[in-house]
Each structure stands twice: as structure tokens, then as C-alpha cells.
Design a protein around this ligand. Structure first.
Ligand SMILES: NC(=O)c1ccc[n+]([C@@H]2O[C@H](COP(=O)([O-])OP(=O)(O)OC[C@H]3O[C@@H](n4cnc5c(N)ncnc54)[C@H](O)[C@@H]3O)[C@@H](O)[C@H]2O)c1
Ligand SMILES: [Zn+2]
Length: 326
């Protein structure tokens, strides 16, 4: 129902420049999410077997997506969360959409800020943090914009609570937690009981009439609008961060890649999984959607469950038994 392509699409980072945020492009390369039906592969679903693999794995990469935060009450982009009022969430996540209707895009992001500020980390987040503490050769790449930066976490798509100048004067404000961000965006910061629909989310209710001059403006250049510090479709990811992730991936082969709560159809993030799979890493997918297992091969793992439930089980009590941290 939303504009993101289905997870069976074929792709490989080798054919795609790895800087611009975009939905997957079709390539002739087959790797993760291949055309091979998962049912034909001997995919392991044993928690005990997986714990042994994790314990003997040195270099471990995780790619996380919106599903990791689903148990914290944050909607994913596919399925119910893909539509905001009657707009595809992806159609609001572009610089063109902001230039055309900054009030609409700001209302969408003001609502997401409000949701993120209310949300608490779930047991899946804590389990990953524990894995990071135990294994210094674990790196977590997240596509989520509402996590909290830590040394072993790279936020590929920016940070929702950061603000930056839309005119590109260079002004950035980190971690602004004002909610509402300004009086004009107050409709996005209202709380309603669970049995009531927030008027802002009801497409039958008129959208608040907001004048552009009442939206937050850049204190740096005084002319540009402020915008959320996320990476929109068509924009470049942070080059220094990508270079660092690239170098880390190229340094050595991986033992294990965890693909958690993501449809893995947005590049360049999904390409990192392909690269690690290229190097022969075992893949483990944590996702309630059976389609998420498409493309796994013999010996890979699939846990068709809420990541907040399964991650604590598979990470609990695991002590890495392989080489010492470098
Ligand atoms: N800024 C925006 O508004 C916007 C909109 C759409 C996409 N995007 C970008 O696209 C990126 C990729 O999307 P994505 O893959 O993170 O999200 P997604 O919504 O495409 O996929 C979420 C995945 O999580 C799974 N899932 C649902 N509940 C789960 C649970 N409890 N446990 C585990 N898995 C669960 C779903 O089956 C699905 O495969 C986003 O991170 C974002 O950067 C941005
Ligand atoms: Zn500015």
C-alpha cells in the first residue's frame, strides 16, 4: 500500500552509488531477498542453535528498522503506519514535499517528534545494547531516526530531534526536545485516549491552517526555514559516517548479520546486508512478516516474531567465545 517496493526485489550495492537515500533499484545481482523461495532453503529457527552461533561470532553487524520500535508504540512505514492522513509517509519525506508545503510536512514530523518523545525503549533495544557491551566488534546500523546515539550505533538516516536550516546555511541544533516545537504545530502534540482518533490524523478533519511565517525559522541566516535533521529520499547520507561504516565492513569478513524489523528496501542501508552476505556471513532475520525470510539460504536464521520478544531470548546469557575484541 505504500510506495516502498516489495522485499523480494533484487539488488546489490555493487550497482548502486552508496550515498543517496532511495528506495531499492532493480539489479541483476542476487543476494539477500533473492527470488529463491524461503521454503526451499533449510532455514534454522532454533533459539538454542542461534545462541551458539552468536556466542562464536566475532564480527557482528545489525541493520535495524522501524519494526524494532513497533513495541514502543511507534508505527512502521509499511502497513498501517505507511499512510499519514491520506498521504504516503514516503511522499512527505522529500525536500520537494517540504518546499511545496512546509506546514504539512512539519505537521507530520511534529507528530513523529511527539510520538518519539513519549516512547520508551523496549526489551529489543535493551538486548542490542547488551550485545554491544559484550562484543566490541558488534556494530549496529539503524535506519530509525529516534534512537539515541551510542558508540556502536550509526544512525544512517539522521536524527528526528535535530533541526537544521532548509536553506543550507549550515545551522544545526542538536536534540531539541520542545513539544510542541512552536505554537503553530501544537495540533501535533495533543494526547487523546486510545479509543479516540487524534483530529490531526483524521483525513476527514481539515488540516490546521498554518502560515509559513509561523513555522520555525533558522536563527543562523534568519531567512531559511528550519527542518528536521533526518535524511529525506533523494538526499545524501552523511559521507563521513558512510565512509567509516564502509571501512569497517571492508576491514574483515563478518560472521553474522542481524536484520531486525526492517523491510530492507531502502538504499544504501540494505546494501550493507548484501555486502556482508557476499562475504559469507550467516544472516538472521527478526521480523513477524513471513515475506521477510525470502532470500535466506541454507543455514540462515529466521525468527518470525516481534523483535522486542525474541531479541532478549536469543541474546540472553550469550557470552562471546570467539577471538578477543580488537
Ligand atoms: N521519513 C519518513 O517519513 C520515511 C517514510 C518511509 C520510509 N522512510 C525510511 O525508510 C527506512 C526503511 O524503512 P524500515 O525498513 O525501517 O521500515 P518499514 O516500515 O519499511 O519496515 C518495517 C518492518 O518491520 C517489520 N515489523 C513490524 N512489526 C515488527 C515487530 N514488532 N518486530 C520486528 N519487526 C517488525 C515489518 O514486517 C516490516 O518488514 C526508514 O527507516 C526510513 O528511514 C522514511
Ligand atoms: Zn539558515
Amino acid at each position: 500500500m505504500n510506495a516502498i517496493s516489495p522485499p523480494t526485489i533484487l539488488r546489490s550495492r555493487k550497482h548502486t552509488p552508496a550515498l543517496i537515500l532511495r528506495r531499492a533499484t532493480i539489479s541483476t545481482h542476487r543476494h539477500f531477498w533473492s527470488a529463491k523461495p524461503a521454503a526451499m532453503a533449510r532455514i534454522n529457527t532454533s533459539v538454542e542453535d542461534f545462541k551458539k552461533v552468536l556466542a562464536s561470532s566475532d564480527r557482528v553487524l545489525a541493520l535495524c528498522g522501524a519494526g524494532l520500535s513497533a513495541a514502543s508504540g511507534l508505527p512502521t512505514f509499511r502497513g498501517a503506519g505507511g499512510l499519514w492522513r491520506n498521504h504516503e509517509a514516503t511522499s512527505l519525506a522529500t525536500p520537494e514535499a517540504f518546499a511545496k508545503d512546509p506546514a504539512l510536512v512539519w505537521l507530520f514530523y511534529a507528530w513523529r517528534r511527539h510520538m518519539a518523545l513519549r516512547a520508551q525503549p523496549n526489551a529489543g533495544h535493551y538486548a542490542l545494547a547488551e550485545l554491544a557491551r559484550r562484543n566490541r566488534n558488534f556494530l549496529c546500523l539503524t535506519q530509525n531516526v529516534d534512537d539515541h546515539p551510542q558508540s556502536q550505533l550509526r544512525m544512517l538516516h539522521g536524527e528526528l530531534l535535530d533541526l537544521k536550516c532548509f536553506d543550507g546555511c549550515g545551522y544545526v541544533e542538536r536534540h531539541n526536545t520542545s513539544d510542541p516545537l512552536c505554537p503553530a504545530l501544537a495540533a501535533a502534540a495533543e494526547d487523546y485516549p486510545p479509543d479516540q482518533t487524534m483530529p490531526l490524523l483524521d483525513p476527514n478533519q481539515p488540516i490546521p491552517d498554518i502560515k509559513v511565517e509561523d513555522l520555525p525559522h533558522c536563527p543562523g541566516c534568519k531567512t531559511g526555514l528550519l527542518r528536521p535533521g533526518v535524511v529525506w529520499f533523494g538526499e545524501r547520507l552523511d559521507e563521513a559516517m558512510l565512509r567509516e561504516v564502509d571501512d569497517w565492513i571492508d576491514k574483515d569478513k563478518f560472521d553474522l548479520v542481524l536484520v531486525i524489523g526492517t523491510s530492507a528496501v531502502v538504499q544504501p542501508a540494505a546494501g550493507f546486508v548484501d555486502r556482508a552476505a557476499d562475504q559469507g556471513a550467516t544472516l538472521a532475520v527478526f521480523n513477524p512478516d513471513p515475506e521477510a525470510a525470502a532470500g535466506l539460504v541454507d543455514g540462515d536464521y529466521f525468527f518470525q516474531e516481534d523483535s522486542a520478544k525474541i531479541l532478549p531470548l536469543v541474546i540472553e546469557g550469550v557470552t562471546r567465545g570467539a577471538a578477543s575484541p580488537s
